[in-house]
Write a protein that binds this ligand. Structure first.
Ligand SMILES: C[S@@+](CC[C@H](N)C(=O)[O-])C[C@H]1O[C@@H](n2cnc3c(N)ncnc32)[C@H](O)[C@@H]1O
Length: 345
């Protein structure tokens, strides 16, 4: 093996390890309860899920009749996790199709339903997986975060309905943000703040804060910024955000490199301001498309500060908005979303 191949293998392994976070059944239940009406007669595809380990498979097989599903398909990428969960067939990518057959009153287990081997590695982009994707109505999973852009692009290309787990920062990606802006993707309702716990492989190094090992030796990490991303509608997203403050130039300063006011907290959006407003990205937790328009983000709208101010008066970095400090220097803001109250237009 050459050094380059070894390095590549190592990088691949590190990437794969970073992607091995298993979603808890309680997080799945808390989110899925908002969408039951969407699933009647539908084919659900979980395409990053080892049926022997995935709580997505567990949730949909257990609730198959209650949801009125037509079919459940899961595919597993090289069974990465199988070895971590004490199995020895980690190199075989597998899939499973369940159409609701029962043995007695209980849902058959994975072995009874029958796991089938895939020819390839079960990559969601492989021909075999894409063929299964074309059968699906709704894709539901927690995909590898390192491939989030590509993963979403595939769902959009195939015009699928979806409900997937990701990190809220993904919304600032240039491929993802336009989907929010065009009302083709939004956050699900069950996670609004705090962190979420995921099970990780047994050999995962637990050095960081927010990790734990349970009584059976299973390892868990807590992850910040987790959100559900979806294009399935739910009633909560049409609720109006109550606004209590009124605009004053003193409380809402203007950016130096874009013509908008800064609103430092979503709850402080002034009820009477008609123009563009920069708000924190957590605004999207409250976004109602009938109430606000999304005009863009600081990443796409901020003018380069080199055109606005002298070098040395501001902290350099990628495109962001800046606020004047009042002494000739400027402070760099966190990412902002630019919105407009469409009810005042
Ligand atoms: C964040 S984990 C979530 C696992 C499972 N969906 C769950 O929520 O418990 C992402 C999974 O995607 C798998 N994966 C990584 N690369 C993949 C690829 N190219 N195609 C399909 N799955 C992949 C990983 O092995 C990992 O098990």
């Amino acid at each position: 093996m050459t050094i380059t191949t070894r390095n590549r293998d190592f990088r691949e392994a590190r990437r794969a390890k970073k992607d091995e976070f298993y979603t808890s059944l309680s997080d799945i239940e808390l989110e899925l309860k908002h969408y039951t009406r969407h699933f009647t007669g539908k084919v659900v595809y979980c395409n990053c899920d080892d049926p022997r380990a995935s709580n997505f498979f567990r949730y949909f097989s257990t609730n198959f009749e209650k949801l009125g599903l037509k079919k459940l398909i899961t595919t597993c990428y090289r069974s990465q996790d199988a070895s971590h969960f004490g199995r020895d067939d980690s190199d075989q990518a597998v899939y499973l199709e369940y159409t609701g057959e029962r043995t007695g009153s209980s849902v058959p287990d994975v072995e009874e339903i029958g796991i089938k081997s895939l020819q390839g590695d079960g990559d969601f982009r492989s021909d075999e997986s894409v063929e299964l994707l074309t059968q699906a109505d709704i894709v539901v999973t927690n995909p590898p975060f390192s491939l989030f852009r590509e993963y979403v692009a595939q769902l959009v290309e195939h015009q699928k309905q979806f409900l997937i787990v990701g990190n809220m920062n993904a919304l600032t990606y240039k491929e993802i943000f336009p989907l929010f802006q065009n009302d083709e993707m939004w956050y699900g309702p069950s996670i609004r703040s705090g962190d979420r716990e995921f099970r990780v492989p047994d050999d995962y190094p637990l050095t960081a804060a927010g990790t734990r090992v349970d009584a059976h030796g299973n390892k868990y990490v807590r992850v910040k910024g987790v959100r559900w991303f979806t294009n399935l509608d739910y009633p909560g997203r049409h609720e109006e955000l109550a606004l209590h403050r009124t605009y004053s130039p003193r409380e809402y300063p203007r950016y130096a490199n874009y013509d908008a006011i800064d609103v430092s907290k979503t709850m402080h959006i002034p009820v009477d301001y008609e123009g563009p407003m920069g708000v924190p990205i957590t605004f999207l937790d409250k976004y109602n498309p009938a109430q606000f328009d999304i005009l863009g983000s600081s990443k796409t709208l901020g003018r380069p500060m080199s055109e606005v101010a002298k070098k040395g008066t501001y902290v350099q970095g990628g495109p962001r908005f800046y606020l004047p400090n009042g002494d000739g220097t400027y402070r760099r803001m966190y990412d902002r979303i630019v919105i407009k109250n469409k009810q005042l237009a």
